[in-house]
Write a protein that binds this ligand. Structure first.
Ligand code: OAD
Ligand code: ZN
Length: 241
């Protein structure tokens, strides 16, 4: 059984790292990107990859922020069993770190401390002029927007950029370095809820030199052949131990 296999992995390893993606949060009601009901199968005025690009943010800020507010920010979402179990395992000294491609902040909401957010977070929205930081709630409150419905900094009138890695943008160097170090030091790596198609994130597994790579995903991935433990069930169920 999946959860018994994961429980055993935590009992037999000292340095476990979890590396996850959108599938970790589907049980919290946030659709992923590439499943049949994922974001990339919905119809929008532009393809989501376009709307989530830096050039689109620059050229079409109103459409960008409309998409960001309605499709990227999920204010009511609560951590599920996978998030809460990972936080519990970290508190018990059984989990070293979480590396995530998610921008929803649910690992921190569940209590995880050591989280490397490869793609940033919707919970930080930064004024490009004065550096003030605004919450996702503030963005959705639409309290301070210009005539085109684009949020502007109430402190200085500057442009606001979500601290989210858009297409065409590099990953944050410090986050990347920390994630690589955590994975390189791990003796077991659990990869879960990610299609492993977006690079450089998907390439982080090559830094793993431990003895057990577990992949827990509903759909097959390109890296399944490298897995020592392959679990194809709901990840929230796999962490129910
Ligand atoms: P994807 O949507 O590409 O992949 C999610 C994977 O999770 C799929 O393979 C699903 O089969 C699986 N899955 C869904 N629900 C699951 C569940 N309850 N239990 C187990 N598996 C489940 O999402 P990511 O791999 O995270 O980047 O996508 C990577 C990046 O692509 C995202 O971070 C985002 C996107 O473009 C940016 O926005 C920069
Ligand atoms: Zn400002």
């Amino acid at each position: 059984q999946a959860s018994a296999a994961l429980a055993d992995l935590f009992d037999t390893h000292k340095r476990v790292v979890f590396f996850g993606g959108a599938g970790v949060s589907t049980a919290s009601g946030i659709p992923d990107f590439r499943s049949v009901d994922g974001l990339y199968h919905q119809q929008f005025a532009y393809p989501p990859e376009t709307m989530l690009s830096h050039s689109f943010y620059e050229a079409h800020p109103a459409e960008f922020f409309d998409f960001y507010r309605t499709k990227m920010i999920a204010l009511g979402a609560k951590p599920n069993r996978c998030h809460t179990k990972l936080a519990e395992l970290e508190r018990a000294g059984k989990l070293d770190a979480v590396v995530t491609q998610n921008i929803d902040g649910l690992h921190q909401a569940a209590g995880s401390q050591r989280v490397f957010e490869l793609h940033g977070s919707v919970h930080r929205n930064i004024c490009q002029s004065c550096g003030a930081v605004y919450s996702a709630e503030w963005i959705c409150s639409r309290e301070h927007e210009d005539a085109a419905s684009v949020p502007v900094c109430p402190a200085c009138g500057g442009r606001i950029k979500p601290d989210v890695v858009l297409y065409e943008e590099p990953l944050d160097e410090h986050v990347l370095t920390g994630a690589v170090a955590a994975i390189a030091a791990a003796d077991a790596l659990i990869v879960g809820g990610t299609s492993l198609v977006v690079y450089p994130a998907a390439g982080l597994t090559r830094y793993f030199t431990g003895d057990t790579l577990a992949i827990c995903n509903l759909a097959p991935t390109d890296q399944d052949a490298n897995a020592d433990l392959l679990i194809s069930c709901d990840i929230a169920a796999a962490f129910a131990f």
